[in-house]
Write a protein that binds this ligand. Sequence first.
Ligand SMILES: *Cc1c(COP(=O)(O)O)cnc(C)c1O
Length: 305
Amino acid sequence: LVNFKDGQWVNPRIVPYGPIELMPGAICLHYGQTIFEGAKAFMHDDGELYAFRIDKNAERMNVSADLICMEQIPVELQVEGIMRLLDVDRKWCPTMPESSMYIRPFMFATEDALGVRPSSEYIYCCILSPSGPYYAGGFNHGVRLLITDKYHRAVTGGTGASKTAGNYTASMRPGLIAKKCGASQVLYLDASNTYIEEAGAMNHFHITKDKTVVIPEFNDSILRSITSVSMIELLPSLGFKVRQERININDFVAQIKSGDIIEAGGFGTAAVVSPVNEYIFDDGTIIKVGDGKIGENTRKIYEAY
Ligand SMILES: *Cc1c(COP(=O)(O)O)cnc(C)c1O
């Protein structure tokens, strides 16, 4: 825990997991000034814990803070706090393959004030949670996404590029509606229903038959996934071309039907790669990607990552 008070970050400390005291007027409870991060640390063969690109998460924390007018917190302070916490809890890190220590830093507005304005006080906090392999039964099933023009998680000029609670609030109802269609998530389109944005809380990607991995161009309604950024750096060494561009939903659907797009999925820390094998539309129509099974390229990317 670290407090921001009187213009300074003060009193960094590690305490046992337990309740946090808040005033009922705390701004986070009323106006949603709260942000978070998600990262993983892995136990290596040398018996040491390694956090995957945690500096990128710390930097993005400040991007998120800036977008919703919260105080930034020095990257070095975040990283040092997380490292010390990992050190305290190191024995809880699972060691089986593909398991990790999940890292959840977050920050929320604590000033006791009912006016709608940015808080002058904050708490930065980080908790950990041991987590087993995401694909416990093996990497062998794809998911269905709902393509809808009725619901959006973020709009241009809004807060979509911030990892703030409100974006998740906005995605809950669409998420439930997707489940009713047998889909795991919504493939969010931009508010004009023209371009592909995100696959639930993951960036979306697709692979064309000439082995190009295509990710929607980052904009202010797409979260800049560290998994995507890392994939963009990694994939050329695996023989893939990588491109970010605006992807028109009609072109996308046409290319799935023509077989020019052979695989698709989502990128994010929790699953790393989540293969998509079909899309369902509002009217119940379903289209399959490739042969509906996890493609060899998706598998290769997942394993290399
Ligand atoms: C966290 C998140 C992602 C994935 O980002 P990673 O850094 O790869 O974990 C993608 N989209 C949204 C909306 C997110 O909140």
